[in-house]
Design a protein around this ligand. Structure first.
Ligand code: 4NP
Length: 145
């Protein structure tokens, strides 16, 4: 069983969308998401993000934000960050000797060093969905290869 954790900053836009999109494409995977910051703990995904996702058939409404913790290194097989800042903030909490890989979501479409731009600031919710759908396809293809 692959346990995969998606992580962004607030856990109300990118990572819950990555979780829901990947779940729709690969229901057998064990998926969760979290934010490096605690601003939105307990909140549902951001309204405009939910609306754009619903337009493509993804229901984000049951999800609630939580903050990433060091325990997540033990509870998941891989941690997938939406951007390099998220990855740095995750690495800062890595327990000594934890081997759990932290990778960027965009690595799965062969775009090293790029990121999923934050639609909370860009307001490009559909562009965010386009990129997340492509990254989820790449991730799943990599798992089944
Ligand atoms: P996310 O977007 O990291 O994709 O969930 C954000 C949502 C809210 C905030 C930052 C990023 N915020 O600062 O409130």
């Amino acid at each position: 069983m692959q346990r995969i954790l998606f992580v962004c900053l607030g856990n109300i836009c990118r990572s819950p969308t990555a979780e829901a999109v990947t779940r729709a494409k690969a229901p057998h995977l064990q998926l969760d998401s979290a934010g490096t910051a605690g601003y939105h703990v307990g909140d549902p995904p951001y309204g405009p993000m939910q609306q754009a996702a619903r337009g493509r058939g993804y229901d984000l409404s049951p999800l609630r934000a939580r903050q990433f913790t060091a325990d997540d290194f033990d509870n998941f097989d891989v941690i997938i960050a939406m951007d390099a800042e998220n990855a740095d903030d995750i690495e800062a909490l890595r327990p000594t000797h934890s081997p759990t890989p932290v990778v960027l979501f965009t690595d799965h479409i062969g775009q090293d060093g790029t990121a999923v731009p934050d639609p909370y600031y860009t307001r490009d919710f559909n562009g965010c969905l386009d990129l997340i759908e492509a990254c989820a396809d790449g991730l799943i293809a990599g798992l089944t290869r």
